[in-house]
Ligand binder design. Structure first.
Ligand SMILES: C[S@@+](CC[C@H](N)C(=O)[O-])C[C@H]1O[C@@H](n2cnc3c(N)ncnc32)[C@H](O)[C@@H]1O
Length: 264
């Protein structure tokens, strides 16, 4: 299981991810529309904002919304209480197993939090019917390199250095070619993978620091005493703002479309 999220803060701050999710659903599902009665999984559903948009296209369908975070699962469970189409479960995607394979897996802003994409794609292939579609977007090669550089510099500062001994980054910002090969190995065909940039502007250093604490620096802050968490996030945000002010997160998204083949 991955570490915890602050679901209430994520709900407030996740406008960028929600917007990218809306664009992905709009673009991809408009090209090849759904019938509306499909079964789907939202893999890494968070608080359920993107799941909600998928449900608009599935009036007669079902969605299994899964996430590894207990706080996210609680928030999504509250959001979909009373909607018989939705089941929310706490599941690590690397352990995903379903009784009935589904027609569609949607995933947004999640895969880069999982290091082992080979195993991940194997699990997803098993959860899809032959001919079932994978539609996903996550951080890709070069994602937030400006923020990563700023974070490494702050981790190296005298006041924080000893807290990060043995630190290893567990995120996977994969490139389209590697991802294509991994998908083929997992039994997918009709593969399309590509990167696009989503530079995202924040109003001020403190606005960016709040966002970084909830999303990007979660795992770093777990290493720090509470009194150091805000100064750490602010120091990273200030270094990002030193490059460009108001600060910009240099997001790069990896888009993934694929269809499960019939041979497994
Ligand atoms: C940035 S949030 C994205 C949530 C939502 N899809 C969205 O676009 O707003 C990333 C989510 O991935 C989940 N996640 C990370 N690793 C996971 C894993 N191994 N299995 C399941 N969920 C995972 C986290 O708990 C978190 O809710």
């Amino acid at each position: 299981m991955t570490s915890e999220w602050n679901a209430a803060e994520y709900e407030v701050l996740s406008a960028p991810m929600t917007g990218w999710g809306a664009n992905l659903i709009g673009r991809v599902l408009e090209n090849r529309p759904l019938r509306g009665d499909e079964s789907a999984i939202d893999a890494g559903c968070g608080t359920g904002r993107v799941t909600e948009m998928l449900l608009e296209r599935l009036p007669g369908g079902t969605v299994l919304a899964v996430d590894a975070s207990g706080a996210m699962v609680e928030a999504a469970t509250r959001r979909f209480a009373g909607d018989k189409r939705v089941r929310v479960e706490r599941v690590d995607l690397l352990q995903l197993e379903v009784e009935e394979p589904v027609d569609l897996i949607l995933s947004t802003a999640t895969f880069h939090w999982i290091k082992d994409h080979e195993s991940l794609f194997g699990r997803l292939a098993q959860a899809l019917k032959p001919g079932g579609r994978l539609v996903a977007q996550c951080g890709g090669a070069g994602n937030i390199s400006r923020v990563t550089r700023a974070t490494e510099e702050v981790m190296g500062e005298e006041r924080f250095r000893n807290r990060f001994e043995g630190w290893e980054d567990t995120k996977e910002y994969a490139d389209p070619e590697t991802t294509r090969a991994r998908l083929e190995d997992a039994g997918f065909g009709e593969i399309q993978t590509w990167l696009h940039e989503e530079p995202t502007k924040f109003g001020s250093v403190s606005e960016l620091a709040r966002y970084l604490k909830t999303v990007v620096l979660r795992l770093h802050l777990e290493r720090l005493p509470e009194a150091d968490q805000q100064p750490f996030a602010e120091a990273v945000a200030a270094r990002v703002a030193a490059v460009e002010d108001p600060p910009v997160m240099d997001y790069v998204r990896l888009n993934i479309l694929a269809v499960r083949g019939s041979e497994q």
